[in-house]
Design a protein around this ligand. Structure first.
Ligand SMILES: Cc1ncc(COP(=O)(O)O)c(C=O)c1O
Length: 404
């Protein structure tokens, strides 16, 4: 048992039961590896679910956070700080390759769901500029945009939604990559369309380039806003700064979080062009948004991605890794880009593989009965990736045996 009973008992007696019992109690990490309370080491192929961009205790990240907390830990949003401004400028540079429009602006939040709440508020406030007011928002089947009630309204899974009904009205779900369904759903009433370029929580399901381009064309022609949720897929995860970049579309709003702070909570809603003026003073806010420690951490993450050439490395390693994974017996399909990879197994044994992986020293994740999701730190080497591929046949056998 990797999670000692006493810790399990204390967890159950003190932490609200929203996640079920923890698989492990983790105590320390270094690079791509993490240790549990018994001292056992694991290669982390989940990275805090696409969060630990630079792995654990990266010296540049540690230095940035330490220096910032020693200098200025927090100020209210009545004041600005250099890291907050520098990060906003850097994000604008990254989001619009070739230079941001001078109207574009960033709203800082603390998580992915909050970044999407800000985007939703922009969409709703923008909708009120039309007469009649636009009342419909489109999201995709299998979408995951977060758990706060606004973002939850855009999230597909009924099990997440049902206990909190009624949610925000006017949200309509349409099948992903279905151009006819998109065309049918679009009209003057549509205020915005929310999409994830690769649906991560749904099992790493990428959208077609032509679909992203069609969403841009339809939203533009109906004065609706295109919101691209890059919370899981952004900040280098796909081997690009943003996973929608290769599609050549310019959304109205991009949201990021997860990997941005490399483990320090931060989210951002980036409005591109004139739509950035929709929210004015008093219309939105959050105490911690743009906190200098979080902003300094994010700046360090972006700097290391650049200085270590991680985008190119991730892209190159991923191609090799995916083709090697696809050759493993018992693997039906490998999806995704960069270091966000979905491994579809031939049998519904993903949970068994996760458990066998833990025994063998790998942190893994299943998003469905037969789907594994890999979202390791971007610093994962080709050799480390291969060590998992080589172990996978035995993990599959162990999972099959456990099921019999
Ligand atoms: C695409 C996407 N959007 C939003 C969220 C919500 O982010 P958070 O858990 O930081 O609120 C997630 C989390 O998994 C996500 O994958």
């Amino acid at each position: 048992m990797n999670c000692p009973t006493s810790w399990n008992t204390r967890y159950a007696a003190s932490v609200m039961n929203t996640f079920g019992p923890p698989a492990l109690v983790l105590t320390e990490g270094q690079g791509t590896r993490v240790r549990d309370i018994s001292g056992k080491e694991y290669l982390d192929l989940l990275g805090g679910i696409a969060v630990n961009t630079l792995g654990y205790a990266h010296p540049v990240l540690v230095e940035a956070i330490t220096t910032q907390v020693q200098t200025l830990g927090h100020v209210s949003n009545f004041f600005a700080t250099p890291p907050q401004i520098q990060l906003a400028e850097k994000l604008l540079d990254i989001i619009e390759p070739g230079g941001a429009s001078e109207d574009s602006r960033v709203f800082f939040a603390n998580s992915g769901t909050e970044a999407n709440e800000a985007a939703l508020k922009i969409v709703k406030a923008h909708a009120r500029r039309f007469s009649p007011v636009k009342t419909k928002i489109l999201a995709l089947n299998n979408a995951f945009h977060g758990r706060t009630c606004g973002a939850l309204s855009l999230t597909w899974k009924d099990a997440y939604r049902a206990p909190f009904a009624p949610l925000i009205p006017g949200v309509e779900f349409i099948p992903a990559n279905d151009l006819a369904a998109l065309e049918e759903a679009m009209n003057e009433d549509v205020a915005g369309v929310f999409i994830e370029p690769i649906q991560g929580e749904a099992g790493v399901l990428p959208l077609d380039t032509s679909y992203l381009q069609a969403v841009r064309e339809f939203t533009s022609s109906y004065d609706a806003l295109m919101v691209v949720d890059e919370v899981q897929t952004g900040v280098g995860r796909s081997g690009e700064w943003m996973s929608h970049h290769p599609c050549g579309v310019l959304p109205d709003i991009v949201t990021v979080a997860k990997g941005l702070g490399g483990g320090i909570p931060i989210g951002a809603c980036i409005a591109l062009g004139a739509v950035a003026k929709v929210l004015g003073p008093g219309m939105h806010g959050t105490t911690f948004g743009g906190n200098p420690i979080a902003a300094a951490a994010a700046l360090a993450v972006l700097q290391v991605i650049e200085s270590e050439g991680l985008l190119a490395k991730v892209k190159q390693n991923s191609q090799k890794w995916r083709s090697e994974l696809a050759r493993v017996e018992g693997v039906r399909e490998v999806r995704g880009r960069g270091y966000l990879i979905g491994v579809e197994c031939e049998a519904p044994i993903a949970a068994g593989i996760v458990a066998a992986g833990r025994d063998a020293g790998f942190i893994l994740n299943a998003t469905g009965p037969s789907t594994l999701r890999l979202a390791p730190p971007l610093i994962l080497s080709q050799e480390e990736a291969r060590s998992f591929t080589q172990a996978l046949p035995s993990l599959i056998s162990a999972a099959q045996e456990a099921q019999q």
